[in-house]
Design a binder for this molecule. Structure first.
Ligand code: HEC
Length: 169
């Protein structure tokens, strides 16, 4: 009896870890409509069609099929809150930190919209998730290099996979 209780512990721990990145909910119509409006801030560089304004070099990368945009929500939320450190001249624009100019609702709506437009498909983002990320990363005050986001996204995806796999014997 004690033994079976012990065995179930890792499973509970794994479920608790997986919860914030669960891919259950698509956005509802109202959130998509609000998100389209909130995305105007992003469209200044990423274009209303999400493809990135076609300057030379492009103003910003396309968000269509973007792994970072459709990664577990913590990743795109943090990109908007903290920005991406500019390390090369691939793009004319800069992914500046927008955490102080957008509300939790605006960020959640814009991300839910872009994660479910132009063929993208990923779970909706909630204002509570944005609020939690603000708190969790409140001590980060400089833009994060792109590779940092890529590594974290790979780790979150691996963790989610491990959590949904059958418990090891
Ligand atoms: C002033 C221009 C500008 C604005 C405004 C802007 N971005 Fe960006 N964004 C960029 C640039 C430039 C990059 C690429 C940075 C790099 O990799 O060096 C980028 C990268 C990204 C990425 C990573 C995409 C990938 O696959 O590389 C995401 C996600 C993103 N932006 C989302 C947003 C969202 C959401 C908004 C609005 C809330 C927004 N951006 C507003 C310029 C902008």
């Amino acid at each position: 009896m004690n033994r079976s209780r012990l065995l179930s512990l890792p499973l509970f721990a794994a479920l608790a870890l997986a919860a914030p990145t669960s891919r259950a909910a698509p956005p509802d119509e109202a959130q998509l409509a609000r998100g389209k409006a909130a995305f105007n801030t992003c469209a200044a560089c990423h274009g209303a069609d999400g493809k990135g304004l076609p300057t030379t070099p492009p103003m910003a990368p396309s968000l269509i099929g973007s792994k970072l945009a459709t990664a577990p929500s913590e990743i795109p939320i943090t990109i908007v809150l903290k920005g991406i450190q500019k390390l090369d001249a691939k793009f004319l624009g800069v992914m500046a930190p927008l955490g102080s100019v957008m509300t939790d609702d605006q960020i959640a709506d814009a991300l839910s919209y872009l994660r479910n437009s132009w063929g993208n498909k990923a779970d909706a983002v909630t204002p509570a998730e944005v609020k939690a990320a603000r708190e969790k990363f409140k001590d980060i005050n400089a833009p994060i290099p792109r590779v940092g986001y890529e590594k974290k996204a790979a780790k979150l995806e691996a963790d989610a996979k491990a959590a949904s796999a059958p418990a090891p014997k």
